[in-house]
Design a protein around this ligand. Structure first.
Ligand code: F6R
Length: 613
C-alpha cells in the first residue's frame, strides 16, 4: 500500500507532487507528506489525515511557496497506509535523517528494521517515529561519506530485508533524486525537461506516456535530466523506455455522489468493453491462448478479496461446462502451502490493481514450480500483468472506490470467456452451444442494466432494514459464491457485521445466531437448488428471521414464497447468474452504508492496492 511520487525538473515541484499523491490516495489515506529540496536544504511537511489537510499546511508555509528558481528542482511525496506505527504527523512520510540531509518516502515493509534500529541506536542515532522507514534514512546517513549519494543508497539497500520502493533526496544534491525497487512497484516517467517517479502511472500519465518500470533490485539515479540505472551491485544496466497508449479513464465523479455508485453504474460498459473485442464471428478469439493452454489438466484460481470471489463463482462452470478440475485459493494461503502444481497446471491470478503483494508472490511461486500463469488484470503494465506468462486485461477502466464493483464484474466476464473457450477446445461443448453462450454473454450488459434500474427499490429496502447490525447471506452453488462477495462488500463499507454461509451448512452451527428480527438475505437463482435453499429459508423463518430473497423463478412461484422482500433475478445461463445477482447486493451495501453516513469511497483502515503481505 502507500503511494509514493517524486519529481525532478525545471518547474516548481510542489503542485505536481500534491496533485499526484491525490491520484494515488486510493493506496492509503491515513496521512501524507511532502519534501522538497531547495538550495541545499530539504523542507518537509507531513500531516495526519487526508491530503486536503496537507494542502492547507502547504498553502500556509513560506518554504513551500518560495521561488524554486534553481535550474533543476526536486521533491518527493507520500500518501500512507499505516503498517509500523499509528497514523500520526510524526509517523507520516517523508522521513528525514537526523541531520536533515536525507529524506525518504517508502512503500513496503522492512522486515529487519528492529535489528538495524538497535545497532544504529548503539551508535547514538536518535529516532523520532515508530516506523521501519526512518531506519532507511538513518542507515543512508550513516553510510554517507559526504560525497557519494549513490554509494550510500546502494550500500543501504543491500542491508535491507523485505519489500521497498523508495524515493530519496539528498540536501547536498538538490539536482539529484534516487529511486529504488524491491518487491514494491515503482514506475519512471520521462517528461519534457522533467522526470517523475510514482507507485503507479496514474500519478503522471497526464504529463507523459513515456515510461519505464523499474525492475527487481534496481536503482534509478536522476542526475539533472540524465537517468542511469544500476543493479544492487552498482553495475550499470540498460532499460527500455516504452510508450503507453492507454487512456487511464475518468477520475471525476460525473455527478454521482460517490465513485462507488458511478462505478456500479458503469458495469454494463465494463462488461461490454471486456467481452466484445474477444468475440469475433460467434467465436471467442484471444490471440495465442490456444497454444498457451495446450495440455493443461488442472486450473488453480488464486487471488485475494473480491478477486478471489470471482474464482469461487467461476469454479462451478469451469468444472461443470469445461470439465476441468478447478481449485480456488486465497493467495495468502496458496503461497505458503505446497500446492500440487506442475507444467500441466494453469494458475490464473486475478487482480484489479495487478500489485497485490500476496497475489504477486503466488504468481512467482507458481512460475517457480513450472505452472503456466495467466493474469486477469485491470491495471495495464502492473507487476502481475508484467510478470505473468499470459495476460488478459479487463477493460473496466480506472476504478477509484476502494470497494471494487466494475472490476469484479469485468473479471467475471473474462472467466466466462475462458470457460467457453476451454470447454470448446476440450470438446465438452458443441459449436452450437458456444453460439448460445456467446448470445447470453452479449446480452449480459443488458441484464445488468435492468438490475441497475432497481436502484430506488433497493434504496427503500436498505432504509427499511438499516437498523440491522448483523446480516447473514445464504445460498448454494454459484449463489453461495455471490453471497461471499455480497457479504464482503456489505461489511467493508457499512462497518456492520455480516457473514456468508452455504445454506446447507447453517444447521451445523450458524443457525444459533438467528433470533427474532435477524436479517437474512437469501439467493435462489439456480433452479436445480431452489427447493433445497427454500427449506433453509423456512428454517430461519421458523426462528423469527426476516428474509430478503433474490429469486429467479416464475411470477406465480415467487408470489407464494412468503418472503419479506423479493428481488427478481432474470433468467440466464447459470454460469452468468453471479454477474446479475451481485448488482442489487452492491446497491444494497452502498445505500445501507450511505444511510449510516459511512465514508463510502474510502472506508476506514483500508486501501485499494494492497502491496503489503
Ligand atoms: C473488496 C476489494 C478487495 C480486493 C482485494 C484484491 O471490495 O476491493 O477485496 O478485491 O484487495 O485486490 P486486487 O484485485 O487489486 O488484487
Amino acid at each position: 500500500m502507500c503511494g509514493i511520487v517524486g519529481y525532478i525538473g525545471k518547474n516548481n515541484p510542489v503542485e505536481f507532487l500534491l496533485n499526484s499523491i491525490e491520484k494515488l490516495e486510493y493506496r492509503g489515506y491515513d496521512s501524507s507528506g511532502i519534501a522538497v529540496c531547495n538550495k541545499n536544504k530539504i523542507n518537509l511537511l507531513k500531516k495526519k489525515g487526508r491530503i486536503s489537510v496537507l494542502r492547507n499546511e502547504v498553502k500556509k508555509s513560506q518554504d513551500f511557496n518560495s521561488n524554486f528558481n534553481l535550474e533543476i528542482n526536486s521533491g518527493i511525496a507520500h500518501t500512507r497506509w499505516a503498517t509500523h506505527g499509528e497514523p500520526s504527523d510524526v509517523n507520516a512520510h517523508p522521513h528525514m535523517s537526523q541531520s536533515g540531509k536525507f529524506a525518504v518516502v517508502h512503500n513496503g515493509i522492512i522486515e529487519n528494521y528492529l535489528e538495524l534500529k538497535k545497532s544504529l541506536k548503539r551508535r547514538n542515532i536518535k529516532f523520532l517515529s515508530q516506523t521501519d522507514t526512518e531506519v532507511i534514512c538513518a542507515l543512508i546517513e550513516s553510510l554517507y561519506d559526504g560525497q557519494d549519494f549513490f554509494k550510500a543508497v546502494k550500500d543501504t539497500v543491500n542491508l535491507l530485508e523485505g519489500s521497498f520502493a523508495l524515493g530519496i533526496l539528498c540536501a547536498d544534491y538538490p539536482d539529484k533524486l534516487i529511486a529504488v525497487k524491491k518487491d514494491s512497484p515503482i514506475i519512471i516517467g520521462f517528461g519534457e525537461h522533467e522526470n517523475y517517479i510514482a507507485s503507479d502511472v496514474s500519478a503522471f500519465i497526464d504529463k507523459t506516456k513515456k515510461i519505464c518500470r523499474l525492475g527487481e533490485c534496481e536503482i534509478a539515479v536522476f542526475d539533472k535530466l540524465d537517468i542511469k540505472f544500476y543493479d544492487f551491485n552498482g553495475k550499470e544496466i540498460k532499460k527500455e523506455i516504452i510508450s503507453v497508449d492507454w487512456n487511464i479513464g475518468s477520475s471525476d465523479k460525473k455527478g454521482f455522489e460517490h465513485f462507488m455508485l458511478k462505478e456500479i453504474m458503469e458495469q454494463p460498459e465494463a462488461i461490454r468493453n471486456t467481452i466484445m473485442p474477444r468475440i469475433i464471428n460467434n467465436e471467442i478469439k484471444i490471440d495465442n491462448l490456444d497454444k498457451f493452454i495446450n495440455s493443461i489438466n488442472k486450473i488453480y484460481i488464486v487471488a485475494c478479496g473480491s478477486a478471489y470471489h470471482v474464482g469461487a463463482a467461476a469454479r462451478y462452470s469451469f468444472e461443470k461446462i469445461a470439465g476441468i478440475t478447478t481449485i480456488v485459493d486465497l493467495a495468502s494461503e496458496f503461497r505458503y502451502r505446497t500446492p500440487a502444481i506442475d507444467e500441466n497446471t494453469l494458475v490464473i491470478i486475478t487482480s484489479q490493481s495487478g500489485e497485490t503483494a500476496d497475489s504477486l508472490a503466488a504468481l512467482r511461486e507458481s512460475k517457480r514450480r513450472g505452472a503456466k500463469t495467466l493474469a486477469v488484470v485491470n491495471v495495464v503494465g502492473s507487476s502481475i500483468a508484467s510478470e505473468a506468462d499470459f495476460v488478459i486485461y479487463t477493460w473496466a477502466g480506472l476504478e477509484i472506490a476502494v470497494a471494487t464493483t466494475k472490476a469484479y464484474s469485468a473479471q467475471l466476464s473474462v472467466m466466462y470467456l475462458l470457460i467457453i473457450f476451454i470447454a470448446f477446445k476440450n470438446n465438452k461443448i458443441t459449436h452450437d452451444s458456444v453460439k448460445k453462450y456467446i448470445q447470453n454473454l452479449i446480452y449480459l450488459p443488458e441484464l445488468v442494466t435492468q438490475m441497475l434500474e432497481l436502484k430506488s427499490k433497493i434504496y427503500e429496502i436498505a432504509k427499511k432494514y438499516n437498523n440491522s447490525d448483523n446480516v447473514l447471506f445464504i445460498g448454494r452453488g454459484v449463489d453461495y459464491a455471490t453471497c461471499r462477495e455480497a457479504s464482503l462488500k456489505f461489511k467493508e463499507i457499512s462497518y456492520s457485521h455480516s457473514e456468508a454461509y452455504a445454506a446447507g451448512e447453517l444447521k451445523h452451527g450458524t443457525i444459533s445466531l438467528i433470533e427474532p428480527g435477524s436479517l437474512v438475505i437469501a439467493i435462489l437463482t439456480d433452479k436445480k437448488l431452489f427447493e433445497k435453499t427454500l427449506s433453509n429459508i423456512r428454517e430461519v423463518q421458523a426462528r423469527g428471521a426476516k428474509v430478503i430473497g433474490l429469486v429467479s423463478e416464475s411470477k406465480a412461484k415467487i408470489a407464494d414464497l412468503g418472503l419479506d422482500e423479493i428481488i427478481e433475478i432474470p433468467a440466464t445461463s447459470v454460469m452468468m447468474l453471479p454477474s446479475i445477482t451481485v448488482i442489487p447486493l452492491q446497491l444494497f451495501a452502498y445505500y445501507f452504508a450511505l444511510l449510516k453516513g459511512r465514508d463510502i469511497d474510502k472506508p476506514r483502515n483500508l486501501a485499494k492496492s494492497v502491496t503489503v503481505e
